[in-house]
Write a protein that binds this ligand. Structure first.
Ligand SMILES: Cc1ncc(COP(=O)(O)O)c(C=O)c1O
Length: 397
């Protein structure tokens, strides 16, 4: 599919107030199709943190039955989504707020599929208390750490303490004392495969080290996840949910027979950090436009705003990436600023004060925390303007 040009978006945004955020539905649909083809036969759970718009969540879920369920990032978000009619929600992270846990128990009792994430006996205790109150059995999923430790390198993220089969067995065995909590499966999120680019211009020689580590780590985590699933089966727990992966690990996670579903989030908008993977490329479906307000010297322009830097460790790749027109280069000293973003320009499209400049956020869903609406673009038209989570007054994190 041909990517739209600068003039395509410039014409669409003529007369609009800036800054504005948009989702190009034609590119998004292309990504939805590519992801589904890539995954093959497993179910795909949508990581809502990488979407943060109910309009887009519904849109993806409607495209193909392979898209089923949501991985939610806070208890309040999950309850708000359930309230709006979404179903099949898996918490991606443990929650410890008793009111939120109670909300899950109530939803389960009403027949919704709402599964909590656990990795500690304390989580079971908190859930048991609320489930007991409502005389019901609450399903939970155990988060198994999928990082790999090599001499001098912790390759992965710090999430669950359950990083060996022994620890998994011990937690499962201890959990048998709770009669109102049911283990329905496990999740292993291999962040070092899914969320770390191996072709990043910011990494230099480190890319080849990352590629090598990914290769050996994949083998290790397959063994770990499989051993844990087998233990649940041995205990007669019949796991129905084995979740793995993220956008960047589809190719390896789908090869594991026991995995029932793959979580995908970032691939839909395909933000800047997802340009830096060797094995796949999705299309830049989301972005934002800011407006040129001055020109400090020949060959330079300045936009109002633009500095929506992403979370995580502080590094240059967390800056927004200039997208269109081609030829925009940020200054080293100022980057994308809180109120002003100066840039050098050597592109072909003529620019003047008042013109829009398009950027892409380096992460996916965080874009929506900066805007209350998304301009939905399709076939050369803005077909809708829909609220982001923030626009609905939903500010969860
Ligand atoms: C538990 C879990 N699974 C999957 C993902 C993958 O999401 P994405 O496809 O946006 O990388 C994430 C993102 O952080 C996550 O926390």
């Amino acid at each position: 599919m041909q990517q739209p040009t600068y003039s395509y978006y410039k014409n669409l945004f003529e007369g609009k107030d800036f800054p504005l955020a948009y989702v190009d539905l034609d590119l998004l649909d292309n990504n939805i199709e590519s992801i589904q083809k890539r995954v093959g036969h497993k179910k795909i759970r949508i990581a809502s943190k990488s979407i943060r718009s109910t309009y887009i969540l519904k849109h993806i879920l409607q495209q193909n039955p392979i898209y089923q369920g949501i991985m939610s990032f806070t208890g309040k978000e999950a309850l708000a989504l359930l309230e709006e009619g979404f179903d099949d929600i898996l918490m991606g992270y443990p929650i410890v707020n008793s009111k939120e846990i109670e909300g899950f128990c109530k939803a389960t009792k009403e027949g919704k599929q709402a599964v909590l994430m656990v990795d500690n006996i304390r989580h079971f205790e908190l859930i048991e208390k609320e489930a007991l109150k409502h005389d019901m059995i609450q399903p939970v999923c155990i988060d198994v750490d999928m990082s790999s430790d090599y001499p001098g390198i912790h390759f992965g993220v710090y999430r669950s303490p359950i990083n060996t089969l022994e620890k998994f067995k011990s937690l499962v065995d201890k959990a048998q004392q709770f009669s109102h909590v049911k283990i329905v499966g496990l999740m292993g999120y291999e962040a070092q495969i899914a969320g770390v680019g191996d072709a990043s211009p910011f990494n230099g020689i480190k890319n080849s080290v990352i590629k090598f580590l990914k290769k050996i780590s994949i083998l290790e985590l397959e063994r770990r996840r499989t051993a844990c699933v087998k233990y649940l089966i041995k205990k007669g727990l019949k796991p129905t949910l084995v979740n793995g992966g993220g956008t960047g690990s589809i190719d390896s996670t789908k090869k594991e027979d026991f995995v029932t579903e793959i979580t995908v989030g970032s691939g839909f908008y395909s933000p800047a950090l997802f340009d830096y993977y060797e094995n796949f490329k999705f299309l830049p479906a989301a972005g934002y436009a800011v407006q040129i307000v001055r020109s400090p010297q020949k060959g330079m322009f300045t936009t109002l705003g633009g500095g929506y830097v992403a979370s995580g460790s502080v590094s240059l790749d967390k800056q927004p990436k200039p997208y269109l027109p081609e030829g925009v280069q940020l200054t080293e000293n100022e980057g994308t600023g809180e109120v002003q973003t100066p840039f050098y320009y050597n592109g072909k499209a003529p620019l003047q004060i008042g013109d829009p400049i398009l950027f892409r956020h380096s992460k996916a869903g965080e874009l929506c925390e900066r805007f209350d609406s998304l301009h939905i673009i399709s076939q050369g038209k803005i077909i809708d303007i829909v609220p982001t989570y923030r626009g609905k007054g939903w500010t969860f994190l």
